[in-house]
Structures are given as structure tokens and as C-alpha cells.
Design a protein around this ligand. Structure first.
Ligand SMILES: [Zn+2]
Length: 650
């Protein structure tokens, strides 16, 4: 099964205005330079990154200039730098910048200098492992880091047309391809942290080299085969590896390596790994035409979105191993919902959409993007959440070990800084998620103010999308150029929509949740309106955490309550089913996003001063409930936050 549509390339879509124009500008002008300082250990009051420092050491060592200093920090630091490089390449594609390009070229020089003669490239490996490279694939992340560097090289090539970085990484891939495979003398291993699989497919798509796709397929198909490689590796090493205790998770499920992917029924283990793996799996399945692999991808995706997805688009229910747990287990106060995992969900969704556009998949992509992903960054772009909970109780975060990971305020940087760099690469490549297309049809998945050009069967098509979405649901599209078919996703939250073509209302075809029209050659103007009344969201009663509860959503944006508006003990609040929910423009957020307000109740202390009471009817006091968009929570000082509150049947 080949893909039905393809993604856009890095320079094909321009995003400069509107809601995301603000965030793109924040990423380009503030976050990328800020994170560059972080990677250079140049931020005061933040833990050092060591990324550039280690790379310089490795380059010096290779040039015979050893200073005697040693590697510092966790083994995967090359990946933080790689994600920054990928983001910076996205910035160059959108806004050429000589100084930035020079900085990137200097890093590429360092990477070239640090690369060993046979193509091996890994700072930790060169400085720490030496001859013991690949000794512990499960935990030491050499293949993972190569994957991120490949993705950066592809982005830099797309942005500048310069091949040098790609050449470095193709030499690195040749070294990996020699070491791993089913031939005599090769290791039958695969990455402990998936990422290389999807990166190899990206490299294949820009170079056309089929060896890269074959290597990706090998890693996907070898994973979990008997004898289990990670078990063999452990025996060979004859040493103790720090395993996850078996009471947390069966061995190797954490790494999606307990059995072959084709036999796996649920999306398990470390959530970022699971979703990078799924992304690579979709690409490999489509390219190889294997219906069995594609069914596997569909099955794992369905399990994730039907039973393991937070309403915010977060995934990963436990901090033990940053992982999925089991179906319908979605605790709010101890949620992990790592920023990277939600970003990985966006990556996987886009690849699923390439196979076949389906609005339910794009809905998930939008949910993750506008809520979990966006909430991870402070409005000024300088602080970040790693964990994105749905309920915060600062006393618990301070005093109870199973809540320690839940921070009531964003942090400047992290000892494990995977999330901030992942977010900037998402923001700087946001254009790749708005559309996918084939020779006949352009599918618009996200309503983002943008301009784009497509090369279609009948010739070039120019598309301009003007919108204040998600401030409101009005979208105007100007299409010019060749005849083509245009398709727009009808969001799952939208109860009513209209489509006007050149001033006349039309009833379009609808397929897989996309309304579609045939446009003749020449200019056509289409106005779409999606009803954005606030709506109540409830949850499958199979999820114990959310039964009897409700949360609010308007358009793609989830809302929450905060201590700054409601005082402490948010769990005392009730939203009656019959209470109208209105927009609150007094509390507008960047992008002209309104707050929401409704009449509700707060449960009072009651007449009895005792922990347990007998047959006491709760005393409900009327209060005004002020909801803020989830993505801006935690911007007014630390305090409580709550997404799901009690519904009061009317
Ligand atoms: Zn992360």
C-alpha cells in the first residue's frame, strides 16, 4: 500500500501571520537563539547542557588535540544539538539569515571533525565507549542520535541545497549498515530508542538511495525477533544493566522489543519511543507495500487514540519509564504526557494522513498541537514543561514522590533537555502539517494562516489561506493557477459548517471527513465557516478518572481552571449541565483567544468540622467559573490547575 498523498517540502508553505505567526516568530527570534545559548552552557541559573562542549572535545580528540577533559552529561546529548540544528534549518528556510547559517556551518565542521574514519559519529561513543561502540544498544542511544542528526541534515539540505551535512550522515549510515543486518559478521541489533527508522526514511526520500529504506525496514522487522537482541547483549556484556523493575513493566516491553511488531497488539512502553517507532513503521510499511506492516501500524494507532490518549493530546500515563500503562488508565494528577511524546504523536499522525487522509487522524494531530505541545512553552518562549499534567496540586508536587515530576511552573532548562529542542523543530517545520497532496487533490488538515504553492498534474496551484483560527472559525481560501480538487477537514468538534464558493453556498462532496470541491483553472475564492461554540467534553465511562466529570473545549482549544482565578482547591468546583458557557473577552490571550465563563458552584466546608461526615448533603455555593485555554496555564505564577471538573446533572 503506497501513500495516497505526500507532505510538502520545507519551503513550499509560508506561515507568517495569524495565531501561528506569533509562535513561529517566537521560535525564530527568541527560542532558537535562547536554546543556542543553552546548548553552549551560556544560561545562568540553568543546568549546563554540555552538548557543544562535548562535540568540541570529540572533534579535538579526532584531530589529536586531546585536552584530557572528559565527556559530561547523559549519553544522548548529540540529539539535543541535532534537534536544534533541524529547527535552525527550518528557520533558514523561512527567513534566510547569514549569521545563523554560519553558526550551523561551524557545527557541521565540528561534526565532520568528530566523525571517525569509518563513518562512526557519536560524541559519547568516541569519547567514552571507544572500541566498545554499540555495546549497549538498549540504553546508549548511538543509533538514536544518528537518527536525529540525519533529520537535521535532511532539513538543512532542503533549506540551503548544501549537501555537506547529508554526505557526513550518509557516511555514518554506511557505517551503521555495515555493522547491523542479517549477514555473517553483522549484529542483529536495532535501536533501543527508535528514531533512526523514520530518519532513514526521510533520508531515502531526499536521496532516493534504496539502501536507506532497506536498512529502515531491517530495523523495523528485526525488532523483537528471537533470540531477543537486548537479552543477548546483556549476556554478552556479562554485566548488570539497570533494568526497569519487573513490577513496573514486563521486560523489554518498555522498548517495544518484547516481540515482533507484527505481533504487538497495543502501543506500549516508553511513549516517545513507541510513537517514533510507529512513525517509522508507517513510512516503511507504505514504501515496502507490506499490508501486514500497515495493519500493524493501524492497529497500534487505533489502540493509542481509543484508549491511551489524554484529552489534551498528551500520551504516557506514568512517570515510571515515561510510558504507556494499560487501556483507559489516564490519571490526571500524575499524568506524564511528555512534550516529546505529544510531538511524536503529531509526527505519526502526519504519516498516517499521508497514507490516507482521514479527519479523525487530523483531529488527533490538531488536539496534540494546540494543547499538549503548545502548553509546554511559556508565552515568552523561555521556559518549558517536560510533563504536561491535567491537574496540578503544588503541595503534592512538593511532597509526594509520585507527583514530583509534575511541576507547577515551567523550567528554564533540563538535565535531560529533549523537550525544548523538540518543540522548536516542530514549530519551525509546522508548514509540513498543514497540507498533504497528490497529483489531483490538495488536502488541508490544519487551518493555519499560510501561503503555499503545489505542483499538480494540471500545473502549478497557488493557495492562500487567511484566517484568525482558532480565535474564530472563519477561513478564506484563494486558489489560483491550474484546475485541481481541494479538500478540507471538518473537525470532529464542529457541529455545523458552511462552504461558500465565489459567494455562493455549495454542498460539497464529503469523504473520510473531508469536504471536497473541484476547482476550475483560474482564481477561485472559498469561504469556510466552522461553528466554534464552546462545547462540553465528556469521557468514555470506561475511564475511571473522568467519570462524572466534564471539561470545556472551543474549536481545537481545551480549557482549564486555575488558582489565579478561582482560589485553591479547584476540585470543589462543579459545572452544571444546564449552565450556559460564554466567551470572556475581558480575559483574551495572545492571538485573540477568549477565556470562557459560566455560572457554577463551589462545595463549601459544610457544618461539620470532621474528615468524614454522616449523611451530610453537600452545600453548594454559586460561583463564577473562569476558564483559560489550557495552552496558557501556568503563565501567572505557580498554582493549582484543573482540566476535568465535576459535572452537575441539571
Ligand atoms: Zn522530551
Amino acid at each position: 500500500m503506497m501513500k495516497n498523498t505526500q507532505p510538502v517540502s520545507l519551503k513550499q508553505v509560508k506561515i507568517e501571520k495569524g495565531f501561528w505567526g506569533y509562535y513561529r516568530d517566537l521560535a525564530f527570534s527568541s527560542m532558537i537563539p535562547h536554546q543556542w545559548r543553552a546548548l553552549n552552557d551560556d544560561l545562568s541559573d540553568a543546568p549546563p547542557s554540555y552538548s557543544l562542549r562535548n562535540l568540541r572535545l570529540a572533534a579535538d580528540r579526532n584531530r589529536g588535540l586531546s585536552s584530557g577533559e572528559t565527556y559530561q552529561g547523559p549519553c544522548f546529548l548529540d540529539s539535543d544539538l541535532a534537534k536544534w540544528l533541524e529547527a535552525a534549518a527550518g528557520r533558514l528556510a523561512a527567513r534566510p539569515d547569514e549569521q545563523l547559517e554560519k553558526s550551523i556551518d561551524e557545527v557541521i565542521d565540528l561534526l565532520a571533525a568528530a566523525q571517525e574514519a569509518d563513518g562512526y559519529l557519536n560524541t559519547f561513543g568516541s569519547l567514552v565507549l571507544g572500541k566498545n561502540r554499540w555495546r549497549n544498544l538498549r540504553d546508549e542511544h548511538e543509533l538514536y542520535c544518528s537518527g536525529h542528526l540525519i533529520e537535521a541534515a535532511v532539513a538543512y539540505f532542503e533549506a540551503t541545497g548544501k549537501r555537506r551535512f547529508i554526505d557526513i550522515m550518509e557516511r555514518n549510515v554506511a557505517c551503521i549498515a555495515e555493522a547491523f543486518g542479517r549477514e555473517p559478521g553483522q549484529r542483529r541489533g536495532y535501536p533501543g530508542h527508535p528514531e533512526l527508522e523514520l530518519a532513514l526514511m526521510r533520508l531515502f526520500h531526499v536521496t532516493g538511495n534504496p539502501h536507506h529504506a532497506r536498512l529502515a525496514r531491517y530495523f523495523i522487522e528485526e525488532r523483537g525477533q528471537q533470540p531477543l537482541y537486548f537479552e543477548e547483549e546483556k549476556k554478552r556484556a556479562g554485566r548488570e544493566q539497570a533494568d526497569w523493575p519487573p513490577y513496573i513493566r514486563p521486560p523489554l516491553r518498555q522498548y517495544q522489543a518484547h516481540k515482533p511488531l507484527k505481533e504487538q497488539q497495543t502501543l506500549d512502553g516508553h511513549a516517545v519511543r513507541a510513537l517514533y517507532l510507529l512513525s517509522g513503521l508507517v513510512d516503511v510499511a507504505a514504501e515496502s507495500g507490506s499490508s501486514e506492516l500497515m495493519q500493524t501500524a493501524e492497529r497500534l494507532w487505533d489502540n493509542c487514540i481509543r484508549h491511551r490518549l489524554y484529552v489534551t493530546g498528551g500520551v504516557g500515563s506514568t512517570h515510571h519509564g515515561e510510558a504507556f500503562t494499560f487501556d483507559n488508565h489516564l490519571p490526571n494528577g500524575t499524568a506524564y504526557a511528555e512534550t516529546c511524546a505529544s510531538i511524536a504523536l503529531v509526527f505519526a499522525a502526519r504519516r498516517m494522513l499521508e497514507v490516507q487522509p482521514r479527519s479523525a487522524i487530523a483531529d488527533v494531530m490538531e488536539r496534540a498541537l494546540y494543547n499538549n505541545c503548545l502548553a509546554s512553552v511559556q508565552l515568552d518562549g523561555t521556559r518549558f514543561f517536560y510533563v504536561n499534567p491535567l491537574q496540578v496540586w503544588p503541595s503534592a508536587s512538593q511532597q509526594e514522590p509520585d507527583h514530583w515530576h509534575v511541576k507547577p511552573e515551567r523550567q528554564k532548562w533540563f538535565g535531560c533537555a529533549c523537550c525544548p529542542t523538540n518543540l522548536i523543530r516542530l514549530l519551525s517545520s509546522l508548514d509540513r502539517y498543514v497540507f498533504t497532496y497528490n497529483s489531483q487533490t490538495i488536502y488541508q488538515h490544519l487551518y493555519i494562516d499560510s501561503e503555499a504553492v503545489f505542483s499538480m498534474a494540471n500545473g502549478l496551484v497557488q493557495l492562500t489561506c487567511r484566517t484568525r483560527y482558532p480565535a474564530d472559525g472563519a477561513v478564506t481560501l484563494h486558489k489560483d493557477g491550474a484546475a485541481c480538487r481541494l479538500a478540507w477537514r471538518v473537525p470532529g468538534w464542529c457541529r455545523q459548517h458552511t462552504l461558500m464558493q465565489d459567494g455562493r453556498q455549495v454542498v460539497p462532496d464529503i469523504e473520510n471527513g473531508y469536504i471536497q470541491i473541484d476547482c476550475p483553472a483560474g482564481p477561485v475564492t472559498v469561504s469556510l465557516t466552522f461553528d466554534m461554540q464552546p462545547c462540553r467534553v465528556t469521557c468514555d465511562p470506561a475511564v475511571p478518572e473522568n467519570i462524572g466529570k466534564v471539561c470545556l473545549q472551543r474549536g481545537p482549544l481545551l480549557y482549564c481552571l486555575e488558582e489565579a482565578d478561582q482560589g485553591r482547591e479547584l476540585w470543589r468546583l462543579y459545572l452544571p449541565d444546564n449552565s450556559p458557557v460564554d466567551l470572556d473577552w475581558h480575559q483574551a490571550w495572545p492571538g485573540d483567544i477568549p477565556g470562557l465563563k459560566a455560572a457554577g458552584y463551589r462545595q463549601a466546608d459544610g457544618p461539620v468540622d470532621s474528615l468524614y461526615r454522616f449523611a451530610e448533603t453537600p452545600e453548594l455555593v454559586p460561583v463564577r467559573l473562569n476558564f483559560v485555554p489550557y495552552y496558557v496555564w501556568g503563565n501567572r505564577g505557580p498554582g493549582e490547575m484543573l482540566v476535568w471538573l465535576h459535572a452537575l446533572p441539571g
